[in-house]
Design a protein around this ligand. Structure first.
Ligand SMILES: O=C(O)CCC(=O)C(=O)O
Ligand SMILES: [Fe+2]
Length: 348
């Protein structure tokens, strides 16, 4: 049954497995040299076509990713009461910690996933923490040996990758490579999540449809590692397609802020995750590479083909990203507080 709370006509989009998202080898971006422009051109084509692409040649150590995956399974395998020792309510304004199954809402409905919210580690005396900025602060990391180090190293490596990818995106728009770093991402807002989509059945009477309901991401670029279970789906003009697992790759997708900056040339494409019935738990690791919280996101001048149409009628949240004016942080908080209404009341 379609998710009737979602504003978009989900029923018209039947999942298919026929279309393919591009797989781009980004090694020339990660180790700059010859070939950077060719990679940028491929990224540009993917951003215009789907807003979704896979990357290989990214330089992230597969052993680090495998370690993080193993430790994450160890954590999620703990019983609920133990995991709740690190619940988000204890993370306060930093908005960090564990949320249990069905603890997060998309379009008002619970998602069938549990997760750990993380981000750049900032000490209590950091100026942004002192200024009481939401979503900034310390991580609440479960007491699983080696987990803290694996999370720290992984976030650092993927954040560096994010900088390189944003250089590729800048070049793909005919802009200087450092366009985004100079304006928005010198000190990016990095939010990182580890999700577990359990294969366990939904209890009778609970109104759950999806692993994650249809949505777009809020910021610039999402860099997602997924295990080999599958379930991520992307909405294209021709229907929903699978973003099936590709070994040692990341799935990258455009967020609302890049949609806004490019006047809709690079679309923040809706996606969702099906409920996991594979018989194995599914892990995913999205890192959100976003503008600084205080940044005011402006339209890029002079982009051919950018018409900044009001697409709100077709959007999952009925919002017009092109009309938004303010700090990125305000946009983010507005969105996040809808997915965690209870936490909003407690800490904001
Ligand atoms: O788990 C996934 O594959 C996707 C998660 C996602 O879309 C998100 O966290 O924004
Ligand atoms: Fe997403």
């Amino acid at each position: 049954m379609p998710d009737t709370s979602a504003p978009t006509p989900v029923a018209a989009f039947t999942p298919t497995t026929t279309a393919e998202l591009p797989v781009i080898d980004v090694s020339a971006l990660v180790r700059p040299g010859a070939g950077r422009d060719a990679v940028a051109a491929q990224i540009g084509a993917a951003c215009r076509a789907h807003g979704f692409f896979y990357i290989t040649g990214h330089g992230i150590d597969p052993a680090l990713a495998a370690r993080l995956e193993r430790l994450s399974h160890q954590f999620f395998d703990l019983d609920e009461a133990t995991k709740m020792q690190w619940r988000m309510a204890l993370g306060g304004r930093a908005w960090r910690g564990y949320f249990p199954l069905a603890g997060e809402l998309t379009s008002g409905r619970p998602d069938w996933k549990e997760g750990l919210y993380l981000g750049t580690e900032l000490a209590d005396d950091h100026p942004m923490v002192q200024a009481r900025l939401p979503v900034h602060g310390r991580n609440l990391i479960p007491d699983v040996p080696g987990f803290r180090e694996a999370i720290r190293d992984y976030m650092a490596a993927v954040t560096q990758l994010g900088h390189r990818l944003m250089e590729g995106i800048a070049l793909s728009l005919g802009l200087p490579a450092h366009y985004f770093a100079e304006r928005y991402t010198h000190d990016p807002l990095i939010l990182f999540r580890i999700f577990n989509y359990p294969t366990q059945a939904v209890p009778e009477g609970l109104d759950v449809q999806w692993g994650v309901g249809e949505h777009t991401d809020y910021g610039l670029l999402t860099i997602l590692r997924q295990d080999d279970v599958g379930g991520l789906q992307v909405r294209t003009p021709g229907g929903w397609i699978e973003a099936s697992p590709v070994a040692d790759s990341f799935v990258c997708n455009i967020g609302d802020m890049l949609d806004r900056m490019t006047g809709g040339l690079y679309k923040s494409t809706p996606h969702r995750v099906t409920r996991n019935t594979s018989g194995r738990d599914r892990l995913s690791f999205p890192l959100f590479f976003d503008p600084n919280f205080e940044a005011r996101v402006q339209r890029i001048e002079g982009l051919a083909g950018a018409d900044a149409l009001d697409d709100s009628a077709a959007r999952w949240d009925r919002a017009n990203v092109h009309a938004f004016n303010g700090r990125y942080g305000d946009y983010l908080l507005d969105k996040v507080s809808k997915v965690f209404p209870q936490l909003r009341d407690e800490v904001l």
